[in-house]
Design a protein around this ligand. Sequence first.
Ligand SMILES: *[C@@H]1O[C@H](CO)[C@@H](O)[C@H](O)[C@H]1NC(C)=O
Ligand SMILES: *[C@@H]1O[C@H](CO)[C@@H](O)[C@H](O)[C@H]1NC(C)=O
Length: 120
Amino acid sequence: MRGASLRRLFFLLFLLCFTTVKVLPAGLTMSPSRSQFFRGDSVSLSCEEDNISTGWTVRRNTTKGTRTQCGNEWGKLAGLTCTISILFIGDTGVYWCESSEGAASSSIQLTVSGKIRLWS
Ligand SMILES: *[C@@H]1O[C@H](CO)[C@@H](O)[C@H](O)[C@H]1NC(C)=O
Ligand SMILES: *[C@@H]1O[C@H](CO)[C@@H](O)[C@H](O)[C@H]1NC(C)=O
């Protein structure tokens, strides 16, 4: 009985460690998590990383510019989270996280549709 519970606990701990390790590489997370947005929607983009000191920023490529940084010409940066409170069609593009040393995360395609959402 006790041995079985202990084994289960260790198994859970092992799973937990494994999950944490998988999350470790810096990545961009999007909230809400979808690739299709509507004009007027808002979105939050966060850099997930294991090392705060490396200074990650959110960058994007759109038809309006390449490698532009959140907080300069678009979006509002708070810590590691970049928020675009009102999306426009021109915000359609590729988004990624980049460290001050130039290391880049995998990128996310964000598409803003011109239709206005009629439901919430
Ligand atoms: C964290 O950042 C520091 C300074 O840039 C670097 O020296 C160190 O190797 C980094 N550690 C990891 C685990 O990336
Ligand atoms: C962004 O645009 C630059 C210049 O065209 C290009 O070199 C880079 O690979 C693009 N990045 C992504 C993630 O598409």
